[in-house]
Design a protein around this ligand. Structure first.
Ligand SMILES: *Cc1c(COP(=O)(O)O)cnc(C)c1O
Length: 465
């Protein structure tokens, strides 16, 4: 499988190059040249595969430059760190199915992609006898998942910036208690946006980027999307077995549009009708909900909510979907993205019907989120985190008789304990891995939000010294 850019400015490249490139060099995002189609008979044959076996079947349709045994090995190691061999277990509540994606080392769904990406990086660096420095900014979940994805890896150093005092206690401890010598946590005196801007400007210094083999781990990396396609297929197979019904809807708590875009790829891959609709669920940062319902893709102000990993306006993966919406014509995609960068808005009203054939959308208020957590606890004894509750609230609003819906549970409730405890009115039993954080040694640098200071720090601890 070859990969192309949404903006048309690169020659097709194989999977491993696409992973190393991250963002396409023409500023676009990388996509497979064609989405592979899975016929009904192949799909039926997948029914009883384990998660890693299924992951191999799905991924190998997109990867033809890693030998089979190596790819199987990378997948097996990536999911052996999860606390259940189901990897993504399903909990059934009537016709609502909750797929728990938080059984990895940092208790959020980003582990599913970042465990895999870390191992792919390691494999490629060994093959090329090279090294890399990963640099990223986080508002919480991505940083810890990325750190756990590469900790202890010999050919990689990782530098993660987080805003001092503005991530949750658990998130901070998950990052700073990883004291492997290749992990560098930097708390900055500033906001997440300051951190993001610093990282961007360091990446824009192309001489520095090349000299230090800077690598990115943000959700625009195709390997992350690909790893997420797998659990949609896994969910469809298991729900159709449970329901005796061959069609499923999905409710997806959405921020950067990475997770739900993986669902869109799965929908186009699988036999017609296997995935019926993707329900895009946002908190009050609702740009994507407006996009689906009104064709209005225009930036608003970011507001802080109880689901902070979705407090995003400019969704970094949206361009991938836009490419398909614009008939896979890179020139049109490029123009649209340039216009969006200039004006902060895109008018997609002419595409509403087309968008709504794949997506439905709904936004949840803060009150609806806490009510949903409380309701599920009361009625089913099931405790969910606020991100998951955004999706479940929207799912309940759209639940149609007879069509099963799968809600993606993106974080463990213990990760956002304060909101959850307030909603259910009692203390949570925290998982052992969170309790253990209290007693661990931690390591973190505190710095001003100053680009030069941070660049010098990276330089001083670079793998290429
Ligand atoms: C990152 C994240 C999301 C949003 O996923 P996107 O791919 O950015 O849409 C939702 N929930 C949690 C817990 C997350 O960490």
């Amino acid at each position: 499988m070859q990969y192309i850019s949404t903006r048309g400015g690169i020659d097709p490249i194989p999977f491993t190059e696409a992973v190393m490139m991250g963002l396409a060099t023409d500023g676009g995002l990388l996509l497979p040249r064609a989405i592979p189609r899975i016929g009904s008979s192949t799909y039926e044959e997948w029914q009883d595969l384990s998660y890693p076996e299924l992951a191999f079947e799905v991924m190998s349709r997109f990867i033809d430059d890693i030998p089979e045994a190596e790819l199987r090995n990378i997948i097996a190691r990536s999911y052996a760190t999860f606390d259940t061999d189901k990897v993504a277990p399903l909990v059934h509540q009537d016709s609502l199915h909750i797929m728990e994606l938080f059984h990895g080392p940092t208790l959020a769904f980003k582990d599913i992609a970042l465990q895999f990406l870390g191992n792919i990086f390691e494999y490629l660096l060994e093959k090329q006898d090279s090294v890399m420095n990963i640099l990223g900014a986080t508002s919480g979940d991505t940083g810890s998942a990325a750190i756990y994805g590469v900790r202890g890896k010999e050919r990689i150093n990782i530098f993660i910036l987080h805003p001092q005092g503005r991530v949750s206690k658990v998130q901070e401890q998950q990052m700073t208690t990883v004291t492997d010598s290749n992990v560098f946590n930097i708390a900055i005196r500033g906001t997440f946006d300051d951190g993001q801007a610093i990282v961007k400007s360091i990446f824009n210094d192309l001489d520095f980027k090349d000299a230090h083999h800077l690598g990115a781990i943000n959700s625009i990396n195709w390997a992350r999307v690909l790893a997420q396609v797998v659990y949609y297929v896994y969910a469809c197979l298991h729900i159709s077995k449970h329901e005796n019904d061959k069609t499923t809807n999905f409710a997806v708590p959405t921020g950067n549009f990475g997770d739900i875009f993986a669902g869109y790829i799965a929908k186009r891959m699988l036999p017609e009708g296997t995935i019926r609709k993707l329900l895009l669920a946002t908190n009050s940062n609702d740009i994507l909900t407006r996009m689906v319902n009104d064709g209005d893709y225009s930036l608003g102000e970011v507001t802080a909510t109880s689901s902070p990993s979705m407090d995003i306006q400019s969704a970094s993966n949206f361009e991938r979907y836009l490419f398909y919406l614009l008939d896979e014509e890179p020139e049109r995609c490029k123009q649209a993205m340039e216009k969006f960068a200039e004006t902060g808005s895109l008018d997609l009203t002419d595409f509403k019907d087309q968008i709504q054939r794949s997506f439905t959308a709904e936004a949840a208020t803060e009150e609806e989120v806490t009510d949903t957590i409380a309701l599920f606890y009361k009625e089913h004894g099931y405790i969910m985190d606020p991100h998951t509750a955004v999706g479940v609230h929207c799912a309940m609003k759209h639940l149609k008789k007879g069509v099963p819906i799968c809600c993606l549970a993106t974080a463990h409730p213990g990760k956002f304990g304060d909101t959850v405890e307030a909603a259910i009115g009692r203390p949570l039993e925290l998982p052992a891995s969170i309790i253990a954080l209290q007693d661990k040694e931690s390591r973190c640098e505190l710095m001003d939000a100053d680009k030069n200071q941070i660049r010098d720090f990276v330089k001083a601890h670079s793998k290429l010294n």
